[in-house]
Design a protein around this ligand. Structure first.
Ligand code: GDP
Ligand code: GDP
Length: 439
């Protein structure tokens, strides 16, 4: 489980600038897929061998600081910040060196002290200034030595995150058994995840101990079906007794991200009655970025009039063009229809993600693809892809060697990926193309 670092502070202190810096390592896959959005408040990063999640609480924090919102903890905005804080392993409070201590900083500091979690104080916008002088007044907030940073210029940021992570226990990364599909059922609130998890569990009576873990943990349930084993990662909390903290929303983006991390196949559930919304695309973006195999379940199909179904299918395909590699199922979790098909597609996606691709065949496919459609000229030069080999699995990664291959356009890389996809029957998994240039 990656540690969760939450950024908090008044508006304009530089939270989103810091967030962007801490989550730089985003995959080209998502950027390449037009129409895929992602939630800018949740991201992940890695420093050395230590991965982490980072949450930007956004400009909403003044809500927390007003008396009204502190009384009315159920107000959406304050709840969101509180949810993030509940899920945090550590908090970075950001203040603005140019403005000095602001009254809201003191209110936040007091709130955070009551939280009882490690809090780091980062004094931002300190570029070109002497750290000792500029941080001096901020000792008064009571979090010890403040870190002088410049989020915009990247100064002090790496050192800060290193220190933050050093204080957190290192969790051993146990390489999970990839031979068993580990399924995360993901989707917005109310799309029918809990109902689907129950349908996937079927008649099984699985004993799950109610471990005290934190609320952001998901429960992993072993499932057997038609003689095959699966692990179901229950983000919906179906298997947890209803003792969830009232303050926590039932839906947690972080819990979803952790589940995607731990899974090797994600089932993205979409509500047929609602259609595709931005949050669906954003969750798909996380799964894709993590390189997960994916199956789409359009749920509540029973509630769609038969005369509307063709239109509804076209509409979904039009809005999810970036998921055209994944199987789409039209199901009713409530009635249990289509569940068997989902398992078959999970198997297929899982097998595709793990596919071993022999080098001679990869090379034959590459040569045929390049002959059929040569790469276009870039500034008078033509890239010459020569060899291919498999660089990894989960998801399949194909490394292409040759002259000028670094200049291959996104659309040409997509063409190659689709060609390999067809040749090796890679269905339901992203395919990564990595170009290694020879000079
Ligand atoms: P947020 O509202 O806390 O998320 O703040 P933003 O990240 O949007 O930043 C607010 C403003 O501060 C923007 O104009 C940033 O360009 C600026 N800013 C952020 N970091 C720095 C920094 O390190 N130095 C300076 N001088 N300005 C910064
Ligand atoms: P979750 O928040 O994603 O876990 O969603 P739930 O499983 O709690 O379901 C939300 C609502 O949708 C409930 O009222 C369910 O009864 C309803 N629902 C779930 N699956 C179906 C379905 O296949 N068809 C219809 N018509 N309703 C469904």
């Amino acid at each position: 489980m990656k540690p969760v670092v939450v950024l908090i502070g008044r508006p304009n202190v530089g939270k989103s600038t810091l967030f962007n810096r801490l989550t730089r390592s985003r995959s080209a896959l998502v950027a390449d897929a037009p129409g895929l959005t992602r939630d800018r408040q949740y991201g992940d990063g890695r420093i050395g061998d230590r991965p982490y999640f980072v949450v930007d609480t956004g400009g909403v924090v003044t809500g927390l600081a007003t008396a009204k919102d502190r009384e009315d903890v159920t107000s959406g905005v304050a709840t969101q910040v509180r949810t993030a804080l509940t899920e945090a392993d550590t908090v970075i409070l950001i203040v603005d060196a140019l403005e000095g201590i602001h009254p809201v900083d003191r209110v936040l500091a007091a709130d955070l002290r009551r939280l009882g979690k490690p809090v780091w104080l980062a004094v931002n916008k300190t570029e070109g200034r002497d750290p000792a002088t500029v941080t001096g007044e901020f000792y008064a907030l009571g979090f010890g030595e403040p870190a002088a940073i410049s989020a915009a210029h990247g100064e002090g940021v790496e050192e800060l995150i290193r220190r933050v992570l050093e204080k957190l226990p290192v969790e051993e990364e146990i390489e999970p058994d990839q031979s068993v599909p580990r399924i995360a059922v993901i989707g917005k609130p109310n799309v029918g995840k809990s109902t689907l998890v129950n349908a996937l569990l079927g008649e099984q009576r699985v004993v799950v101990c109610d471990e005290p873990g934190t609320t952001r943990d998901s429960i992993h349930v072993p499932v057997e079906r038609a003689g095959r084993r699966y692990v179901l990662i229950d983000t919906a909390g179906v298997r947890r007794r209803a003792r969830i903290d009232d303050l926590l929303e039932k839906f947690s983006v972080l819990k979803t991200l952790q589940a995607i991390d731990q899974a090797n196949v994600a089932i993205l559930v979409i509500d047929a009655q609602v259609g595709v919304a931005e949050q669906d695309a954003s969750l798909a973006g996380y799964a894709l970025e993590a390189g997960r195999a994916l199956v789409v379940a359009v749920n509540k199909w029973d509630a769609v009039e038969s005369s509307d179904r063709d239109w509804a299918k076209r509409e979904l395909e039009r809005k999810l063009p970036f998921l055209d590699f994944a199987r789409m199922h039209f199901i009713s979790a409530r009635d249990g229809t289509g569940v068997g098909g989902l398992f078959r597609s999970v198997d297929e996606a899982h097998a595709s993600a793990q596919r071993a691709m022999a080098t001679p065949k990869l090379n034959r496919v590459l040569q045929a693809a390049v002959t059929a459609t040569p790469p276009p000229l870039v500034r008078g030069r033509r890239a010459r892809p020569k060899y291919a080999h498999q660089g990894g699995k989960n998801p399949p990664r194909i490394v292409i060697h040759g002259n000028q291959v670094a200049s291959l356009s996104k659309s040409y890389r997509r063409y190659l990926a689709n060609t390999f996809r067809k040749a090796f029957h890679l269905i339901g998994t992203p395919v990564l193309i990595e170009c290694r240039q020879e000079e």
